[in-house]
Design a protein around this ligand. Structure first.
Ligand code: HEM
Length: 126
């Protein structure tokens, strides 16, 4: 059983990269870039940010196996799956509630990450 959440962060990141790139190709092929901010954020929050979280938890395994890391994964995932569709909805005039919820969750996820970075700072000394 995989105990380090770093694996799950990397798994989510790679899936986001695949979907994000496919979305980019679809935008290029159709010459319709209207949803490009949603595509950009799927790639940057989903692929890049999640991969950085995964890298930290792999580098600091005691952090990656902690309960707070699991909470972090849950909050980050909830943020991602509400934020990206929320941007698309906001752009297409279907309301801003989801993107507001998503951005709050993403900020919360980053606060948890900052907490973990400082909590496990000793792993970087020596
Ligand atoms: C197969 C790979 C990809 C394709 C075909 C693709 C395609 C596109 C296209 C067509 C646009 C719209 C450009 C415009 O309207 O001026 C765009 C925007 C963007 N893409 Fe990608 N993209 C790809 C991968 C990525 C990746 C890996 C990232 C980030 C890690 C990324 C980040 C962005 C950003 C930040 C924008 C600008 C969004 C905005 O202006 O609101 N893309 N992409």
């Amino acid at each position: 059983m995989i105990r380090n959440v770093g694996f799950w962060f990397f798994a989510v990141a790679a899936i986001c990269a695949l979907i994000g790139m496919g979305w980019g190709i679809q935008m290029s092929a159709t010459h319709n870039h209207v949803l490009s901010p949603a595509h950009g954020h799927l790639n940057l929050v989903g692929w890049v940010t999640m991969a950085f979280f995964g890298l930290f938890y792999k580098l600091v395994p005691q952090a990656g196996e902690s309960l707070i890391a699991k909470v972090h994964l849950g909050v980050a995932l909830l943020g991602l799956i509400s934020f990206v569709p929320g941007i698309a909805m906001a752009i297409s005039g279907q309301g801003e509630t989801l993107v507001k919820i998503g951005s709050a969750l993403i900020i919360f996820s980053m606060l948890i990450f900052i907490f973990n970075v400082f909590k496990y700072r000793d792993a970087f000394s020596a």
